[in-house]
Each structure stands twice: as structure tokens, then as C-alpha cells.
Design a protein around this ligand. Structure first.
Ligand SMILES: [Mn+2]
Length: 387
């Protein structure tokens, strides 16, 4: 049996105010072509289909269209779970009749114990859940110390899945967690920006030893995979500047009598995300940008290393580079350091002084007399309104 392993589509995600939908559509089309070229039997979709639990209408329409094309038109069975960004109830709507056409969308812990037999493979789907959901499922008193961490939860959930193993089948798991092992021990795992990551900690990769292959979602870089049989496919497109250097793609996973092998197939972005760093003067210098070969065909993320006092800065940079998804300013760490003493001192300052200091921290220049006068006037007007 041959599978295409993908994850973290994050449909509906925006980068700054820039919608990534066009990029996501392109990646999806390529994925569909790869699935057909490789003649895979099914798709493993490991969570975070949407970017938010209540996705915008355009995102719902886009994902529905993708699932329809993959499942109904290309006739590919889909084994999917909800991730931490998905709203499980909304994502799971209609799951009963979707299963009639082999579109499995598992969104609750109970469903992890209802594997699907697919040829010589048994496919398990464990959605992202937090320890509280597991305590409710196992009817554990909320005051108890049991199942407090996700690693504890897995120590209970995985043996319960293994109890369902059919001995003459291969066993595959689709899931969405931060799993750590020796291979990724010193990897920067801060790429996923969601409050739940830090709070939940990680799962030891050895807990998954019973499975022949674990299709993970959650971390967006495939380089963060804990092992060659427990791995992250990563997101199909680049979501932020930390991912600018990495290659996106899917895994083709071949499950045979003798074992499991996987092969990486890259996705080629129509527009790549290029990270540029420098001062405004450097970036607008023709000797710098004229030699920039792929300009105009790409998306740019710009980091200004020095404050620039240019009124139409964004427009000037756009005229040169085309599509700019974000402009960041390098912060000077010293100016942003606050200690307790400092905070007490801050309370005694006037609003005018605080605004002046803030302006100075951000721009590294003082307010002009004219600017100070405008602030004075505005504050007086605001104070007048309060009375
Ligand atoms: Mn994700």
C-alpha cells in the first residue's frame, strides 16, 4: 500500500495582511499530481487543515473544494485528523456520510480506537486532544494526578490502540503532536507559534515503537522529524521567515511485507518566500537590487536593520520588489529591557514623557518640537473628554 503523507495545510492563513490561498492552491494542485504520478492508494492528512477553529468562509470553500477533488474526483481515500488549530466539531461535520466514500475525519479521542482496515494496513487516527479531554474520556477525577501531561496521556492511549492491532496487518498512525527523539533533540522546535505547544510539552518518540509508520503533523519543518518512521511532512508552503530556508513537500510512504520506506517529493512554489535584511538605503540601492535575479516573481519578507524615516516606505519597497508580505524592524534589545525599578519609575512619569520615550525606543530619535506639540494637544483633548 502506498500513501501520500501531508499535514498542516492551514487553509485561511494570512501572512500579515497577505492571503496565502493562491500559494496553497498551487501546492494542492502539485500534491494531487504527485499522488496520481506515484499511484498512491490513499492520503494521510495529519491535522491543522484550517488555520483557525472558526475559519473564514473563503477558507471553508477552499478546503471543501480540495477535499472534493481529492476524494470524489481523484478517488483517493483520505485518513485525516484534527490538529490544534482546527475546531474539532466544525471540522468533523458530516463525517458519518463522508466515510461512505472513504474520507475519514477523526476529531475525538474515542475515534482513535476505531481503526480502519485498508488492504493489508490498519490505519489509526488520533486527533490532537489535550489532557483534559483524556481525563474526561477515561473518567478520571479532575483533582487526580493521573494524565496531567500529554506524555502520560499517550502512555495510556497508545496501549489501548495497540490492543486493537490485528497481527496480520501493518499498523499506521496519523496524529498531530510535538514528538521528540534523538534525531531532533537539538532542533529548533519553536517554529509552531501557538500557545498550546509550550504548555503541552512533548511525547517521547519511543512510545510509538509499536507502529510501522507514524504520519505526524504539528511542526512545519520536516527536518524536525524524530525518526525516519515517525516523521513530520511539514506544511506544503512556507508560512514565515523561519521557514524561508527550508524545502516544502510531501512524503510518499510505501508499506510492504518487508517494511516501510518513505521518499521525499518536493513541492515547487509558484512564488518563493525570500528573506531580505538591510537598511532602507541598502535595499533601495539599485546596485543591490538590480542584481537580484528572481525579483518580481517572489514574495518578500523584509527586515530593516535600522529605523528609516520615510513616509511611504512600504510603497517605495513594493515598487522595487513587488509583493511584500511583511516588513519587520530589528529591535534593539537594550532599549526594551524593563526591570522592576524601571517600571516603578515609569508610573511617576507624565503621559507626554512616556510617549516621548516610546517614540525614542522605536525610532531612535527624539520627538521634534512640532510632534511634541501635537501630542500635548491630543492628550489635552482626550483628558478633556474624560471629565
Ligand atoms: Mn500547524
Amino acid at each position: 500500500m502506498k500513501f501520500l503523507h501531508t499535514a498542516d495545510w492551514h487553509i485561511g492563513k494570512e501572512l500579515g495582511a497577505y492571503s496565502l490561498l493562491e500559494q496553497q492552491q498551487t501546492a494542492f494542485e502539485q500534491m494531487l499530481t504527485i499522488a496520481q504520478d506515484e499511484q498512491v492508494d490513499a492520503v494521510l492528512l495529519a491535522g491543522d487543515l484550517y488555520d483557525r477553529s472558526i475559519p473564514p468562509v473563503a477558507a471553508v470553500e477552499a478546503l471543501e473544494q480540495m477535499l472534493r477533488r481529492m476524494n470524489l474526483e481523484a478517488n483517493l481515500p483520505i485518513f485525516a485528523v484534527s490538529g490544534n488549530h482546527d475546531g474539532p466539531t466544525r471540522l468533523g461535520a458530516g463525517k458519518e456520510w463522508r466515510e461512505e466514500n472513504q474520507l475519514y475525519m477523526k476529531t475525538t479521542l474515542a475515534e482513535a480506537f476505531e481503526p480502519v482496515v485498508f488492504g493489508d494496513v490498519q490505519v489509526f487516527m488520533l486527533p490532537f486532544i489535550d489532557p483534559l479531554e483524556a481525563r474526561v474520556y477515561y473518567q478520571i477525577d479532575n483533582e487526580s494526578n493521573e494524565l496531567r501531561t500529554i506524555n502520560d496521556v499517550m502512555a495510556r492511549v497508545i496501549p489501548d490502540m495497540e490492543a486493537q492491532f490485528l497481527p496480520d496487518k501493518r499498523h499506521i498512525l496519523v496524529t498531530h503532536y510535538y514528538v521528540s527523539g534523538t534525531q531532533n533533540a537539538d532542533y529548533d522546535l519553536t517554529s509552531e507559534t501557538t500557545s498550546k505547544v509550550g504548555g503541552l510539552k512533548s511525547i517521547d518518540v519511543n512510545q510509538f515503537n509499536g507502529f510501522d509508520y507514524v504520519a505526524l503533523g504539528h511542526l512545519h519543518l520536516r527536518e524536525a522529524s524524530p525518526s525516519t518512521t515517525v516523521q513530520y511532512a511539514g506544511s506544503p508552503i512556507k508560512f514565515n521567515t523561519k521557514e524561508a530556508q527550508s524545502q516544502k513537500g510531501v512524503y510518499i510512504v510505501d508499506v510492504t511485507e518487508t517494511g516501510v520506506t518513505s521518499k521525499w517529493v518536493p513541492l515547487v512554489p509558484k512564488k518563493d518566500l525570500i528573506l531580505l535584511e538591510g537598511t532602507f538605503e541598502e535595499l533601495t540601492d539599485p546596485t543591490f537590487y538590480q542584481n537580484y535575479e528572481r525579483m518580481g516573481a517572489n514574495l518578500f519578507s523584509i527586515k530593516l536593520t535600522k529605523p528609516a524615516h520615510v513616509a511611504d516606505l512600504r510603497r517605495q519597497l513594493s515598487d522595487i520588489y513587488g509583493e511584500i508580505v511583511e516588513i519587520q524592524y530589528q529591535q534593539n534589545a537594550n532599549t526594551l529591557a524593563f526591570d522592576e525599578q524601571n517600571l516603578i519609575a515609569q508610573e511617576e512619569k507624565s503621559d507626554q514623557d512616556l510617549i516621548g520615550e516610546f517614540y525614542e525606543q522605536v525610532t531612535q530619535t527624539s520627538l521634534s518640537a512640532g510632534q511634541a506639540a501635537i501630542i500635548d494637544e491630543t492628550l489635552t483633548r482626550l483628558q478633556g473628554k474624560e471629565d
